[in-house]
Design a binder for this molecule. Structure first.
Ligand code: EPZ
Length: 431
């Protein structure tokens, strides 16, 4: 088990290169199942969620060849299996994408009920099921598996109105529909950059998808997707996390390899807090020299402020002058990390979906534990800004979604290192 030891209080200076987007990669890799040819995927982030997805594909029978650390070639032509390995699939939320991809390719799928970050409640998939059912599939849950099968062997088109804006349902239905008969329409679709990236990937392989990035996505079924080459977009949330780290710890950092448009919702809020952000073609220069100011934030589907940045921005606001209100409107309970911030001296009260954040002068280092991916990122930010030493445990959550975070932060002058501790000692908090 790994822990991070962070000596805080050092401003960050330098340049950081943003990796490919996790939430695009974990959809595009299963989508390779639909391709009748070799697809070369570039800008793949080296994170454990991606390794798991590639592993599931290999276990299904795909050829997966690493060209270099960030490029893989995937050949799914010989796959016949439609059941994902139970233990791998249940460890990651994105394994649900294998349902849409297997259904789309074979008309049937068996995938273990997924895991992934736990926000204090069940993460439903009723909207995915609604879409598959409308397209002629029967979906059941048996023995820990979701089983879906097209009643006539092949899915047909449908018009699906999503009752909630769901990234996962939008992407899953899109995958199921690319080779279905006729024209499928998804209304009230999610508009996140990774939704658009999946559509662009599928189109580059021969699909006919229009409207991704708007509320209405139209998919005309095609007979076959052929191979090709595709590069994944940069990770909006990884970039936002480094911006928040500079906001909290101070300093000046050039965030490289980003799409500035994707960052607008985060940039605007950081600027309200007194952080300077200069936009260039594919970089952002982030500088914080003045004290932070309060602001109010409500998480919303894209282009609103992303829920996946909520823990990081709440951490920044815990150091801002005045009282800020943060409202989480995507997930029922995403404030479990707040107890850990309180150990460091943060003054935050949570009332249902709202965090009332009264800024403090400083945070102080403490032993703290990550409870999910973005919560873990928030604790790293808090530890970088805090006075004294923090020990962060359960960092495997962080490594699910942040490539080389320790190396990248060290290059910015942060005093952070990873140490190995025996498993039982970490669980007891003694390591
Ligand atoms: C994706 O999860 C992301 N994960 C999450 O990022 C992110 O928090 C979330 O989208 C929202 O942006 C991946 O892309 C792998 P949703 P997903 O379906 O698809 C409700 C991270 O930190 N809902 O958009 O599971 C649901 O309860 C991760 O990188 C239904 O009611 O999220 C939630 O309130 C964590 N029924 C809302 O919709 C459904 O069938 C949005 O969920 C599906 C969702």
């Amino acid at each position: 088990m790994t822990k991070y030891i962070v000596k805080g209080g050092t401003p960050l200076f330098g340049e950081v290169e943003i990796s490919g987007a996790k939430n695009a990669a974990v959809a595009i890799i299963p989508a390779a199942l639909l391709v009748d040819g070799v697809c070369r995927i570039e800008n793949i982030p080296q994170i454990s969620d991606v390794s798991l997805c590639l592993n599931i594909l290999e276990q299904l029978g795909a050829g997966v060849r690493s060209v270099n650390g960030h490029t893989v070639e995937i050949d799914c032509r010989r796959i016949r299996a439609t059941r994902t390995p139970y233990d791998l699939a249940r460890r990651i939320r994105a394994s649900t994408y294998f349902i849409g991809a297997l259904l789309g390719r074979f008309g049937q799928a068996e995938v273990a009920l997924p895991g992934g970050c736990n926000f204090g409640g069940v993460r439903p998939i009723d909207q995915h099921v609604k879409g598959f059912t409308a397209m002629g599939a029967k979906v059941t849950v048996e023995s820990g598996f979701i089983r879906a099968a097209a009643k006539t062997g092949r899915l047909h088109s449908a018009s699906v109105y999503l009752d909630v804006v769901s990234v996962g349902a939008t992407m899953n239905i899109m995958m199921a529909a690319v080779m279905a008969e006729g024209n499928t329409v998804i209304e009230n679709a999610a508009k996140e950059p990774h939704v658009v990236d999946l559509a662009n990937f599928l189109n580059s392989m021969g699909a006919n998808i229009r409207g991704a990035g708007t509320d209405t996505i139209k998919i005309r079924g095609v007979d076959r997707l052929t191979g090709g080459s595709y590069a994944i977009i940069p990770d909006q949330i990884e970039a936002g996390t480094y911006m928040a780290a500079v906001a909290a710890a101070g300093g000046q950092v050039l965030i490289k390899n980003i799409i500035p448009k994707h960052m607008d919702c985060i940039t605007a809020k950081l600027q309200e807090c007194g952080v300077e952000v200069e936009e260039h073609e594919d970089t952002l220069l982030v500088r914080r020299t003045e004290p932070l100011r309060k602001t109010n934030i409500k998480t919303l589907p894209y282009p609103g402020f992303p829920t996946d940045m909520q823990p990081q921005i709440t951490t920044v606001l815990s150091l801002a002058q005045g009282i800020s209100l943060v409202t989480e409107s995507v997930w029922g309970n995403r404030y479990r990390y707040v107890d850990e911030l309180r150990r460091m001296g943060a003054n935050i009260q949570v009332d249902d979906k709202t965090a009332i954040v009264e800024g403090v002068d400083h945070l102080s280092g403490a032993p703290i534990q990550a409870c999910d991916l973005r919560a873990g990122a928030a604790l790293v930010i808090a530890a970088l800004a805090a006075q004294g030493q923090s020990e962060i445990s359960c960092v495997h959550y962080i490594e699910r979604g942040y490539e080389n975070i320790v190396t990248k932060l060290r290059a910015l002058g942060a005093n952070i290192r990873a140490i190995e501790v025996p498993e039982d000692r970490e669980e007891l908090g003694l390591g």
